[in-house]
Design a protein around this ligand. Structure first.
Ligand code: SF4
Ligand code: SF4
Length: 377
């Protein structure tokens, strides 16, 4: 296992982190196949994984409970655990204590190593500030219930920068990032910004909800005679970057764990070959060709006078079309989490944006289609 520096902390984190959001089930998401999940988690720990990530809502609340079971028999001492405050359930400041104590009970512990505000966006960040979330986090740390304070994020770079700049106490953050999301959400710019500020950056969705594991045929053909399979290539692209602390993979089978452990063991900063780098560039180009909306995420059309996050809406729509499967669900969930004024439905048809678009995209025509697709149940 390769170990990497975790921001400014005196901690070397395993290159591969275990994400407990896609554990094996016996049917519905909340029905975790406990023997299989425990075997997978322990196998990963035995092979050197030392960071495990869960959250309040994963598997209908059962992920945290499962992790507690997996970490009996002296496994708890071998790993750092991370979980997150479900900020959307916090309506008043007393809710912090209530939800946190529920998590301690589920996890059967009095101490969480890495604690995050879950899924910060512009509106949830404003609410957290209003409810003094940072003071609550510091109190929990002073009382010895948590060690390190961070946040996970799903909004644009401007919001990301604002959150980082607002508080000197952040020690780490968690962003969605992969080779097709370089300019989405925090993106490469956010990765660099956070790393420059000394935060450890944890990567989630490295395979974009699993979509990069099975590319469409036009992209898959690039891997004919490639030095590694699509999953390994996507992970190695991330591990090649010095700004990345650890890569969380939400694994669902023991085979996936074994595969990713092997990839992590052979990973490292500056280790990808020119052939691998060229392959990624070609795959990025192919994916762009598959996008129904030829948006390059340049941002020249912003700001929209009515608040519509034009590039973000187009990115979610394109992803839902190109990758299908889990990514449709992810895109719709992220669309639903946007403030209403940011969504395509808020387009007032003013036309201000269209002359600024170098791709000459008929933005007004697309907005109703984007809303219809992303708001479908
Ligand atoms: S046409 Fe719609 S998206 Fe474009 S600037 Fe006007 S309101 Fe915003
Ligand atoms: S200007 Fe055009 S290409 Fe650039 S982000 Fe806006 S819609 Fe996309």
């Amino acid at each position: 296992m390769e170990y990497r520096q975790f921001g400014k902390l005196n901690f070397k984190v395993s290159a591969l982190g275990f994400g407990c959001m896609r554990l094996p089930t016996t049917g519905k998401p909340e029905d975790i196949n406990e023997p299989a999940a425990i075997q997978m988690i322990r196998h990963a720990i035995d092979a050197g994984v030392n960071y495990i990530d869960t959250a309040y809502p994963y598997h209908g609340g059962n992920s945290e409970k499962l992790l507690a079971k997996a970490l009996t028999d002296a496994y708890r001492q071998k790993v750092a655990i991370a979980t997150k405050m479900p900020v959307w359930l916090v309506q008043q400041s007393q809710d912090f204590d209530r939800l946190f104590h529920e998590q301690l009970e589920r996890l059967q512990t009095q101490h969480i190593d890495f604690y995050l505000l879950h899924n910060l966006q512009a509106n949830s960040w404003a609410k957290m500030r209003q409810l003094n979330a940072l003071a609550w986090l510091e109190k929990a740390r002073d009382q010895g219930h948590i060690s390190h304070i961070g946040f996970s994020f799903h909004d644009n770079f401007t919001v990301f920068k604002e959150i980082i700049d607002a508080y000197d106490g952040w020690e780490f953050c968690q962003i969605q990032y992969n080779y097709v999301n370089e300019n989405v959400q925090a993106g490469t710019q956010g990765l660099q910004y956070a790393a420059d500020k000394g935060l450890a950056v944890i990567i989630m969705e490295p395979l974009f909800g699993g979509a990069l594991a099975s590319p469409p045929p036009l992209v898959q053909q690039l891997w004919h005679n490639a030095p590694a399979d699509p999953v390994t290539t996507a992970l190695r692209w991330l591990w090649n970057k010095p700004q990345v602390a650890t890569v969380l993979s939400g694994m669902s089978t023991l085979e996936q764990v074994q595969h990713n452990l092997a990839a992590a063991t052979a990973s490292g900063i500056g280790t990808i070959s020119q052939a691998e780098s060229d392959l990624i560039t070609q795959a990025q180009e192919k994916y762009k060709q598959l996008n129904p909306i030829p948006c390059t995420q340049c941002g020249y059309c912003t700001p929209c006078p009515h608040g519509v996050a034009i590039p973000n809406n187009f990115s979610l729509y394109n992803n839902a079309h190109v990758f299908a499967g889990n990514t449709v669900t992810l895109s719709r969930a992220l669309y639903g989490l946007l403030p209403p004024s940011h969504r395509a439905e808020s387009c007032a048809d003013c036309g201000d944006c269209e002359p600024k678009c170098p791709q000459q995209i008929p933005i007004r025509q697309w907005m109703p289609r984007v809303h219809k697709e992303l708001s479908a149940k």
